[in-house]
Design a protein around this ligand. Sequence first.
Ligand code: ADP
Length: 197
Amino acid sequence: MEKYRALVLFGAPGSGKGTQGKFLSKVTNHLHISSGEILRDLPRDSELGKLFHGYMDKGELGPDDMMIEVFKEYIENLVSKGKYDPENQLLMLDGIPRTVPQVKLLEALVEVEKVVFFDVGSKEALMERISKRAAIEGRADDTSMSILEERMNVFEGKTLKVMGAYPKEKLITINAAQGPLFVLKDVLNHLTPLLAR
Ligand code: ADP
């Protein structure tokens, strides 16, 4: 099997990787895949949904192997419905991989070409952004301070290590403390040759 080609959009909760993923999916032919959105869409009364919503409600990560399985099935379903053409489209992964074991499990499926790190710098700035987003979107895991603290701890404890699991040449760091359009401009400065292919 050919591996799916992908970019990893990487950053803390609130770093804007989802916003950039959405922008990029509008101005390119490539596909933005948010693991959080996939999981939030799992019906709460299904076996898998019950399990993952339980983790999300606490701000913890779901099990690595099951996460990769859900991802794999989601992508295969897109392919079978003709919504994703692996030959011509890149996946822009937002929220996955989130742990070093996920990096390893994904290697069997996905060829990661670049890792784009959205660097906001301070935790306070991230928390402020998420509080604003909570007022607009009302996501339960954004609204509760204790869940938010837990997600930040998970990011610092487990997810940051993901960056070190990829070769340095693949890493692009973007100043994500700027406004969204300035971030987009910097991303395009780095990635236009890859995205325009
Ligand atoms: P954010 O980046 O703002 O924290 P996401 O929408 O990416 O939010 O993720 C929301 C929740 O979904 C996470 O807190 C976690 O419980 C679950 N989740 C998302 N992606 C993964 C993943 N790759 N592995 C395990 N759990 C995940």
